[in-house]
Design a protein around this ligand. Structure first.
Ligand code: GDP
Length: 478
């Protein structure tokens, strides 16, 4: 007889060790409970009891303060009218959808973690297609920012120059301990100034904590910046004893594809990937002035996958016949890219000659959209479906600096092989590196300039940040 504890360990643990609440209707969002049951191997990364308890209390808080509640009405009543009147007991953080889907997923997870740590309620901008992509994550309430939110019309124009932007206020000495603004705009993008990054400092947080509304535009995964804050480190360690599983767990808690997207994922998986003995994911993202099919990228992909023994060579015409076993292994390769040519070449290569190991290699690519069309519903749904499909593979090769790839490997609990970004139109040598962790990268070096050590190398101050989260897109072997 299985005890409760043992049940948590079984592959069929649909609540992922208590990470998910059981309070949802299954049919309205099939992916929520089904992905872990039917499509994923059990993750070795279990949520800590502390994380589980934080999530359950967050769900209560969201229900108490979320849209439609008296608290929400009170908090929004005077917002935008300049007054500093009473705003009630709830504090909020609004996530604004900017940049591509990978960026959005990483920043939303970061904002949610900040909300968990600071007991704020996270509300998401629904002006884009977020509700066509994800189910509601919190039971009995909604995470969508109501369309009649008083600042809705202004939010689009918020940027570094805005007078309520935190960094700008610091620059203008417009912040004082005895007057709390009713809202602040946080600019956490690749071009953030040092003053914007001061948001993460313990001293600044003490003041920011009192501000009822925070509105965030972000395109970097800023969880590493939270780890830098000494006041938050103890709490974070209790929530994530395995630091490198931070996004993995947050992502599995928050992001449940809608039934429409899940339909794309499961149909594709069942048709092409389910039968294989092993699945390899290949994410090819081109950051180049002339995007498209690039021969040096194709060379790089082949050289990486063959060096790392992820794909076999093809047999030479004269060479000895491969030692083919009676039932050759079937390896399915899932390629995702905006360009279909990469998988076409691979397919051709493995269909013309047998592989040197005798393995059967089947190559699939679900779409080839050619160019990024963020905010077009079907395009974004395909992108999300492909991130999920990649996360269901056994081994994964992703492109350095691509948030699309970060989401895929982190959700999957996979340490990727990262393809270095090519320079001068040549295949880098070595072509790729095995990542030290499955966490997404921060993309820009997080500043750690809160006190005296301003300007010091952040990786030296808190070494694990470099190890698990890395900066500049590539996790180096240490
Ligand atoms: P990043 O730019 O690589 O960091 O990733 P983002 O997801 O933020 O932005 C890239 C966007 O381009 C995606 O969201 C998709 O809209 C599109 N895109 C890029 N690569 C792919 C791909 O392999 N498949 C699909 N379907 N879309 C892609």
């Amino acid at each position: 007889i299985a005890t409760n504890n043992e049940e948590f360990e079984t592959p069929g643990d649909k609540l992922i060790g208590g990470l998910l609440t059981a309070d949802f209707d299954e049919r309205s969002c099939v992916s929520r409970y089904h992905q872990s049951l039917l499509y994923r191997k059990p993750s070795p990364y279990k949520p800590s009891e502390y994380l589980v308890s934080k999530l359950r209390s967050y769900e209560k808080l969201h229900k108490r303060c979320g849209p439609g509640t008296d608290s929400y009405r009170e908090a929004t009543k005077n917002l935008g009218h300049g007054g500093e009147k009473s705003v009630g007991e709830c504090r909020y953080i609004v996530w604004v959808a900017v940049y591509g889907l990978g960026n959005r997923i990483l920043t939303l997870a970061s904002v949610f973690l900040y909300a968990l740590l600071t007991e704020r309620v996270v509300l998401v901008d629904q002006s884009k297609d977020i509700s066509d992509l994800f189910c509601e994550p919190f039971p009995g309430t909604s995470w969508l920012l109501p369309l009649d939110f008083p600042l809705t019309k202004q939010i689009d124009g918020y940027n570094m120059g805005y007078s309520r932007c935190y960094g700008t206020m610091l620059n203008n000495h417009a912040i004082s301990a005895n007057s709390t603004p009713p809202h602040l705009y946080l600019h956490i993008l690749h071009d953030s100034r040092d003053e914007d990054k001061m948001f993460f400092c313990a001293k600044d947080q003490a003041m920011i904590d009192k501000v009822p509304w925070l509105i965030v535009k972000a395109n970097v995964y800023f969880v590493p910046s939270l780890w830098f804050n000494p006041a938050l480190q103890a709490e974070l360690t209790k929530m994530f004893p395995q630091k490198e599983a931070s996004f993995h767990l947050l992502g599995r808690y928050l992001f449940h594809p809608t039934n429409q997207v899940w339909g794309i994922v499961t149909n594709y998986y069942n048709a092409h990937l389910a039968r294989a003995d092993e699945r390899l994911g290949l994410q090819i993202r081109i950051f180049s002035d002339q995007p498209g099919y690039l021969q040096h990228v194709m060379d790089q992909v082949l050289s990486c996958t063959q060096r790392e023994k992820l794909l076999p060579q093809v047999a030479t015409k004269e060479g000895p016949k491969a030692n083919v076993s009676e039932t050759p292994k079937l390896k399915a390769v899932l390629v995702t890219s905006l360009y279909p040519e990469y998988s076409d070449r691979l397919k051709k290569m493995f269909s013309e000659r047998p592989s040197s190991t005798g393995e059967i290699i089947e190559v699939y690519q679900p779409s080839g959209e050619r160019y990024q069309q963020t905010d077009k519903k079907l395009h974004d749904q395909k992108a999300l479906a492909e991130m999920y499909l990649l996360s269901l593979t056994d081994k994964i090769v992703t492109s350095a600096r691509s948030t699309f790839g970060y989401v895929a490997h982190s959700l999957g609990g996979l340490k990727p092989w990262l393809l270095y970004q090519p320079k001068d139109a040549t295949a880098p040598d070595p072509p790729c590196v095995r990542s030290t962790s499955m966490e997404p990268c921060h993309l820009t070096p997080p500043s750690h300039g809160c006190d005296a050590e301003w300007g010091t190398d952040s990786g030296k101050v808190v070494p694990f940040v470099r190890h698990f989260f890395c900066a500049l897109g590539v996790k180096m072997k240490l």
